[in-house]
Design a protein. Structure first.
Lengths: 464, 102
């Protein structure tokens, strides 16, 4: 079986930067990623797309070509279109590529699996035409597809970014229905020191808001009672604004109220997670090098806690330095010398976060949805169902699986896990940490019998 | 590209023929399959096993499984595939000649 010093799961900014750093220090590296080309979600398909749509997507996107360039190294193997479905035995990685299952043995593993959109369960969010804002961005980045007559719903910088990009395509959204209120900005002001350190981000935000205003996109801030109407597809967004009911007919709705770490792989390995109140999500417990409490497992990028793409590069490189030192390729003193400027840059990148987290908190109605709202999209379990299970004595998410199959569909809880934890915690008067999260087991993604049958025999099989 | 679809393609790309639910479609070669079907005006990619509700792409990054379609008897995520000549695509598990009963 093939053996490598380091496997990295995810070819986004953290994974690509870590791979380049590790390879430069002489490590053999395999980068496994589900997409056909490197970039992750933030730099999706950047090598192909930057020359075509770089002007629409902006320099923060085209920066990704500096990272994809670093992947071209003799000791970096990029396994594209590779879906990892199990990680076992310190560490054997099982994955599927081109219809065949395969395995890889590695000494160290870096999870750079990035973020997922925070689930935003509102009435009607399962209708065709309702997508995440991240999905809207992926359509634009990878495929050059933009939605006409779209309404953007939620809060946060990404909502302004996609709106500004849509304006540049000549197809602005028809409205922005924003859930943050003036009081949030007032509370955020106490983090103004960090905001000033991160002034570049603040300046970009103001420029995006200017672009949106010039395109005369109506903004409804402090919106509440948001629902999406439609029979077989999205037909309108309904909400209350300044005490008035509003209804905006539309074909497409892009939802966003922040992103959260994608913890599936880390949880399947037993890495400890704790609740991060400022970011309203679980984050893995990590050392300053991104080292988890499971020996040999490192986590970098947004999967380690939301910090954004530039911070992801730094955490990726820091993890690579630590791995190189552990494997005897880098003296500790040299490791620390190389880490110092990375830590300084990381601190600057993260300075703006507390301000943004306070100014654009998650939508309260979506964190604690009304009873009729579907929260598990796969198995169609409602918020009322979960509250009912709590009345029956259900204290943890794993019990909801037995009671009503929540989290047992193909997405394996990716888009209901945090909601189920929040609903149970509220109903039982517990903290999210007490309530916990779904136990995640392999396969992390579906694998077919045909793919397993096509797997090359392992040495062990040959002995038997 | 279907003028009735809200999803607009910004660039012209050479097209190839595929079939979705028995209907011939002309899609941009190599484009993300989910993006191409949306732009072609496809609204429901699948129907849920629980209530039969229509679903379409939600996350576009392989996490939500709402864009599942069936191709050559295998159920796959449309957002993780690229358009290729001759694909025969249908709603998953809804084939008319379902041979479980035969």
């Amino acid at each position: 079986m093939k053996h490598r010093d380091l496997a990295i799961i995810g070819a986004g900014p953290a994974g690509m930067a870590a791979a380049a750093q590790a390879a430069a220090l002489g490590l053999s590296v395999s980068v496994l990623d589900e997409q056909p080309r490197a970039g992750g979600q933030i730099y999706r398909d950047v090598d192909r797309v930057a020359p075509r749509r770089g002007a629409i997507l902006g320099q923060d996107y085209t920066h990704g070509i500096t990272l994809t360039a670093g992947m071209h190294h003799d000791t970096i193997e990029h396994l594209a279109k590779a879906t990892v479905w199990a990680i076992e035995d310190e560490f054997r990685i099982s994955y599927t590529q081109d219809g065949c299952a395969a395995q890889l043995d590695v000494d160290r593993l870096l999870l750079a699996t990035g973020a997922l959109e925070r689930p935003m369960p509102l009435l009607g969010w399962t209708l065709p035409g309702v997508m995440t804002a991240g999905a809207g961005q992926i359509l634009l980045k990878q495929s050059g597809v933009v939605a006409r007559g779209a309404v953007l719903v939620g809060s946060g910088p990404l909502l302004y970014l996609i709106a500004a990009q849509m304006v540049r395509t000549g197809t602005p959204p028809i409205a922005m229905v924003e859930t943050q209120a003036t009081a949030n900005m007032a509370r955020a002001i106490r983090h103004i020191g960090g905001a000033l350190r991160g002034w570049r981000y603040m300046a970009k935000g103001l420029k995006m808001l200017g672009d949106i205003k010039r395109a005369q996109v109506p903004r409804y801030t402090g919106a509440t009672e948001i629902t999406i109407e439609g029979e077989t597809k999205a037909e309108a967004v309904c909400f209350s604004h300044k005490g008035q009911p509003r209804r905006i007919p539309c074909d497409v709705v892009y939802l966003h109220h922040g992103v959260v770490p994608n913890t599936q792989a880390a949880r399947s390995l037993g890495v400890s997670h704790r609740w991060h109140a400022g970011q309203s999500c679980f984050v893995p417990t990590l050392s300053v090098w991104g080292q988890s409490d499971v020996a040999g497992i490192f986590i970098a990028g947004d999967g380690a806690g939301i910090g954004g793409a530039k911070a992801a590069e730094h955490t990726g490189r820091l993890a690579a330095l630590k791995v190189a030192q552990e494997l005897g390729r880098l003296p500790a003193s040299e490791r620390d010398r190389m880490a110092a400027p990375l830590r300084a840059s990381l601190s600057r990148e993260l300075a703006v976060r507390p301000f943004l987290d306070a100014a654009y908190p998650p939508c309260a109605e979506a964190l604690h949805p009304a009873d009729p709202t579907t929260i598990c999209r796969c198995e169609e379990v409602t918020a009322g169902d979960i509250r009912g299970y709590a009345k029956l004595g259900c204290v943890g998410p794993n019990q909801t699986k037995a009671l009503g199959r929540a989290g047992m569909g193909p997405c394996q809880g990716r888009y209901c896990g945090l909601t189920v934890t929040a609903l149970l915690a509220e109903a039982n008067g517990q903290t999210p940490d007490d309530t916990g999260y779904y136990r995640i087991r392999p396969p992390l993604k579906p694998v077919t019998l045909g793919e397993l049958a096509a797997m090359a025999p392992t040495q062990q099989d040959a002995v038997e | 590209m279907n003028p009735a679809s809200p999803f607009l393609e910004l660039e012209d790309t050479p097209r190839v023929d595929v079939v979705f639910q028995g209907t011939p479609l002309s899609l941009p070669a190599g484009m993300n399959l989910a993006a191409a079907l949306l732009s072609a005006g496809v609204e429901a990619f699948r129907h849920t096993p629980v209530s039969g509700s229509p679903r379409a792409p939600f996350c576009m990054m392989g996490a939500c499984f709402d864009c599942l379609v069936e191709i050559n008897g295998v159920v796959r995520q449309a957002c993780m595939l690229e358009v290729a000549e001759g694909l025969s695509i249908s709603h998953p598990h809804e084939a008319e000649d379902d041979d479980e009963t035969s």
